[in-house]
Design a protein around this ligand. Structure first.
Ligand code: SAH
Length: 262
């Protein structure tokens, strides 16, 4: 019997043109593709017509397959000799639980290949034409999750917020749509300057991409002011105040919404 294997593949942020050539090749050889909700529609079109396409992703209110079950499915199909693609939004190893799948596959002695993808924060920055690091205004970039287990806003205890507040840093928050204001409040308390720019990008790289700019003090005081819907990333830092390409909604204060065209 042909030996099976699993390819953990990053599907990028949605735009199929942001797929790597390796990701496309992986889709062309897959017998079965287990894909997440965040995978763009055009991406799956690269799979063979005969390939089995199986959604396993979470969508709010809808059934999603528990992680342990996904792990078991990957192992089972690879053991049956299939070429299995596990397709994840963005990069499989950035907030994608790719590490857990890797552990399960290694424990079962399955051959594995990892195909990196363009993560959402990088795609958002590219679309805005905002550099995440910049010689003058940002020397580090930190990808953080805006959620803790149980859906709470994170405490950021694992971050040296004092050091980050001293400037020249960029924070890119994933899964922060509902917790963005609490995060902004936390940053204010840690000494970030109130006027520090924030820019949120919803559906980065997709046709319905939307961007909203504000400051941490406005975001902290008016939690719903950005009107964000998932998926979105929030970029906190001086770079978020650099000139931006394309249309940006600007929330200056609660009542005041200005449309800026750069
Ligand atoms: N592995 C993915 C992240 C998965 S966690 C990656 O590397 O991009 C899910 C979070 O990713 C979402 O809550 C959102 O914060 C972000 N995200 C994924 N796709 C996005 C997109 N097209 N635009 C903006 N944010 C996105």
């Amino acid at each position: 019997m042909k030996e099976g294997r699993v390819l953990l593949v990053g599907a990028g942020p949605g735009d199929p043109e942001l797929l790597t050539m390796k990701a496309v090749r992986a889709l062309k050889i897959a017998d079965v593709v287990f894909y997440d909700k965040l995978v763009g529609k055009g991406v799956l079109e690269h799979a063979r017509r005969e390939a089995e396409l199986i959604p396993v992703g979470k969508s709010k209110g809808a059934h999603s397959v528990p992680q342990a079950e996904i792990n078991a499915l990957l192992v089972e199909r690879a053991k049956a000799g299939q070429t299995v693609v596990r397709l994840k939004g963005g990069d499989p190893f950035i907030f994608g639980r790719g590490g857990e799948e890797l552990d399960a596959l290694r424990a079962a002695n399955i051959a594995i290949e990892i195909v990196p993808g363009v993560t959402a924060g990088i795609a958002a920055a590219a679309s805005l034409q905002v550099p995440l690091t910049h010689r003058d205004v940002s020397h580090t970039v930190t990808f953080v999750s805006g959620h803790e287990a149980g859906g709470k806003a994170p405490s950021f205890e694992h971050l040296d917020l004092k050091a980050l507040a001293s400037g020249n840093n960029t924070l890119v928050v994933y899964m922060g749509v509902t917790t963005g204001a609490a995060i902004a409040q936390r940053l204010l308390e840690a000494g970030f300057r109130p006027e520090l720019p924030v820019i949120a990008v919803e559906n980065a790289s997709r046709e319905d991409e939307r961007r909203v700019a504000t400051t941490i003090s406005v975001l902290a005081a008016h939690p719903d002011s950005l009107g964000l819907k998932s998926p979105a990333v929030l970029i906190f830092g001086e770079v978020a105040g650099l000139p931006v390409a394309g249309v940006v909604e600007t929330v200056l204060a609660h009542e005041e919404v200005k449309h800026a065209y750069a």
